[in-house]
Design a protein around this ligand. Sequence first.
Ligand SMILES: *[C@@H]1O[C@H](CO)[C@@H](O)[C@H](O)[C@H]1NC(C)=O
Ligand SMILES: *[C@@H]1O[C@H](CO)[C@@H](O)[C@H](O)[C@H]1NC(C)=O
Length: 409
Amino acid sequence: MPSVRSLSSFALSTFGLGQSVLAGTSSNRLSQLSTRASATCNNPQLSCHNTTVQTNLCCFNAPGGSLLQTQFWDTSPPTGPSNSWTVHGLWPDNCDGTYEANCDDTRAYTNISAILKAASPDTLSYMQTYWKDYQGNDETFWEHEWAKHGTCISTLDPDCYTNYQPTEEVPDFFERTVSLFKSLPTYDWLSAAGITPSSTATYTSAQIQSALSKNLGGHSVYLGCSSGALNELWVFYNVRGSVQTGTFEVTDSLTKSTCPATGIKYLPKGTSSTPTTTKTSTSSPTSTSVPGTPFSGKGYLNVVTSGTQKGCLISAGTWYTSGTCATFTATASGSTFSLSSSKGTCGIVSGKFTCGSGVTAAQFTASGKALVYQGSGFSADSTASGSTQVTVYTGTGHSVGVEIDWQAV
Ligand SMILES: *[C@@H]1O[C@H](CO)[C@@H](O)[C@H](O)[C@H]1NC(C)=O
Ligand SMILES: *[C@@H]1O[C@H](CO)[C@@H](O)[C@H](O)[C@H]1NC(C)=O
């Protein structure tokens, strides 16, 4: 039963936010105060901890009751300030770590910047610094995060608003994400524990966890690594009430980290050379909040473009439509895996998928049967045909989007 909520109930719930986490930031939170009309919630239960079936999903997040504020540490190419992590998103995972995605195509808006410019300009300007796409396509990244994850948040449903106006829930999503991110100064927390970016130092998973969890009421976080370097972290919350006005309480990670126990690099931003990429792609990056079953054993890497399989990768890692597909070996480790061919280990060299001797092994994840690297798919400058071999790049920045699918043999 949505009704116009009162200012005081929001202020109260804002001050009730996990004190240990948000100490010193409540004024920040208040400046995010929304004036839009979403449901008032009386004595809401904590998501994922209800003892009875909750029917008002405007005041109780379900099935996505585990809300993750996800962050990136992008170094190649670097994004955002060199002394801050950047926002990835706010994801409603189910209470068991699985998740729903793309829940309402009718609300997959393509004008997030315009919506925020009109309704929440301060949020937009903050995002322009701290919520960055690694290929410079911020609007597309925001659209993707909203459509894939935001539309699955039950308390942001249009039915939860009095006199709902189209796109009204969008600023609520981005404001809440930004306010949570501001309450998680993870760079400073790591730095206070002596964990600072370095091209030579390495850290243990326990050191990183401890530096973060002591600021999070002792709760664990998900740590994501790529090629042995820390590049993602996810903080898990349950919510008492709605995403708009409820109280967020930190909880333990539901997802197994992909970082090794020791030898973790935390690279400085902006020191590595990066390929120049064209930004003509219209496909959005794919981020996977829960990696799929890792590839293992022997298989082909088929290339699918525009929905059709067209050739496969050969042993050097290039895309070819004539000739025999290379047999790759996938070796799983937790939810990630490495790949090799007869040429050698597969990794990412200057943004290119490459297999050869001396190539540093990259850690990949699976999204169904599709290969994922650092939360994203792959692209190329042209479609392979005849005897032309085409380079496959990580990310969606090149003009031809390609999906690389595993076919066990
Ligand atoms: C909690 O509420 C959800 C949503 O109504 C429901 O699916 C779930 O069964 C409830 N859990 C319990 C223990 O009642
Ligand atoms: C954004 O797009 C939606 C749906 O297409 C439209 O209703 C809305 O008016 C647009 N908002 C702005 C600020 O352009």
